[in-house]
Design a protein around this ligand. Structure first.
Ligand code: FAD
Length: 377
């Protein structure tokens, strides 16, 4: 069987009554390029509640070898502005964008659901990597009858060119907020999150009201193409970093050539909850000198004290290197749930004290030098 790195693959298989079998197709497991091409599909059998693989013959298949895609928008339009776009659309007059796709990102053993959502703004709401859009879900604000819902912010997970490289789309990484009654442990749909469920349930062609873009704190500093960027994410906090990494390693923009180090720490529950892992694996393979990636799987790995492995345990493991990089001017970014920060700050403080340094002084220096970037929610 031949093996090759692919960026896109279009496969046509004989039609089947897949949905009647109660199976949901998950991903292409492997492809055999022999004389009679066949494809192995990984799917989740809903009836048997288990994963299964199935071989399927192929009618036609076209593959595109992985390489840095050339962006299709003139870089002059999206690279030349000196300042990032800010609040082009405001809550009173939002832009109506269109859902392009909604894709479940996590495997069956992940607690909860996270989706990758691509929306089409037709080039009308440009943004820079690290910014967020606001979304106004349809319906009435229960606290202000007759008024729309409040805006919810979502970090943009694509580069300014979007996943289609044409400058017309933006992508979100959204975790569905589900409410479980603390006493019964049962889901109470009446208390589920409004906007995240609207986004994860939406279908291609649906309309979505967006505002923004907003935020400057997570913009990728582009003054030094050889800088070090240490990115610490929990769950959907990986969104802005996916955008950075695509800009650094996937796109080919003449005005942005990255020659520094990007180091991503991602904390999730288990291996089924990993987000964009294939993309990150590919960067590891293609750019081993420029990309490092450490995963903390709290429900699958143990830290050195035998407890659950969180991102701060990984930070501690590499603290010598991280402190040296920070002393050398590295940028450090944190994104994800608010609850991640106290544990991380405690670890950084302890490590600094063990090194005979004052964390408070170090932190204020990092902030003064604009090396410290935090966006938690
Ligand atoms: P809401 O309807 O606002 O409800 C909030 C929570 O309250 C939910 O967990 C819901 O289940 C619970 N709840 C509702 N009613 C009750 C009740 N009666 N009693 C108890 N609990 C109740 N999120 C992402 O997924 N991805 C991102 O990339 C992302 N980026 C962000 C960037 C920024 C800068 C900020 C500020 C936030 C970001 N968020 C992101 C969070 C996002 O904005 C929303 O807060 C999140 O999706 C929940 O919104 P919702 O409308 O689904 O939930």
């Amino acid at each position: 069987m031949a093996q090759m790195a692919l960026s896109h693959m279009h496969v046509i298989v004989p039609s089947s009554n897949e949905s009647h079998l109660g199976r949901s197709f998950l991903k292409i497991n492997s492809v055999n390029f022999n004389e009679r091409p066949c494809i192995s599909l990984l799917s989740f059998d809903l009836k048997a509640s288990k994963l299964c693989t199935r071989r399927q013959s192929v009618i036609s298949m076209s593959v595109q070898q992985a390489s840095k895609p050339k962006v299709t928008v003139s870089p002059l339009t999206l690279e030349d502005a000196k300042e990032p776009p800010l609040n082009t659309y405001k809550p009173k007059e939002p832009y109506t964008a269109t859902i392009v796709s909604v894709e479940r990102l996590v495997g069956p053993r992940a607690p909860g659901e996270t989706c990758h959502i691509v929306i089409d703004h037709d080039g009308n709401v440009p943004y820079w990597e690290g910014q967020s859009y606001g979304v106004i879900p349809p319906g009435e604000n229960p606290k202000k009858p007759g008024n729309p819902h409040n805006v919810r912010l979502y970090s943009i997970a694509s580069t300014r060119y979007g996943d289609n490289f044409d400058g017309k789309t933006a992508s979100f990484c959204v975790r569905r907020a589900v409410y479980y009654d603390p006493e019964t442990g049962k889901e109470d749909p009446s208390k589920n999150g409004v906007c995240s469920n609207f986004l994860c349930d939406s279908k291609p062609g649906d309309k979505v009201k967006i505002t923004g873009p907003s935020g400057k704190i997570m913009l990728l500093p582009e003054d030094n193409p050889n800088a070090t960027h240490i990115m610490i994410a929990t769950g959907t906090g990986v969104a802005p970093f996916r955008g950075y990494l695509r800009r650094m390693f996937m796109e080919s923009v003449p005005t942005f050539k990255f020659g520094g180090l990007a180091w991503l720490f991602l904390g999730v529950a288990n291996s089924d909850s990993l987000l964009y892992d294939d993309e990150f694996e590919k960067y590891l393979k293609d750019y081993p000198d420029n990309f490092r990636f450490d995963r903390a799987l709290s429900r699958e790995q143990k830290n050195k004290k035998g407890g659950k492995m969180y991102v701060q345990d990984k930070i501690e493991e590499y603290s010598d290197e991280i402190f040296k990089l920070l002393d050398g001017g590295a940028h450090i970014y944190f994104c994800g749930l608010k609850g991640m920060m106290p544990g991380i700050q405690d670890t950084l403080k302890r490590v600094a004290e063990e090194r005979g340094e004052s964390w408070d002084q170090k932190l204020s220096q990092l902030k003064k030098n604009k090396q410290w970037h935090v966006e938690v929610y």
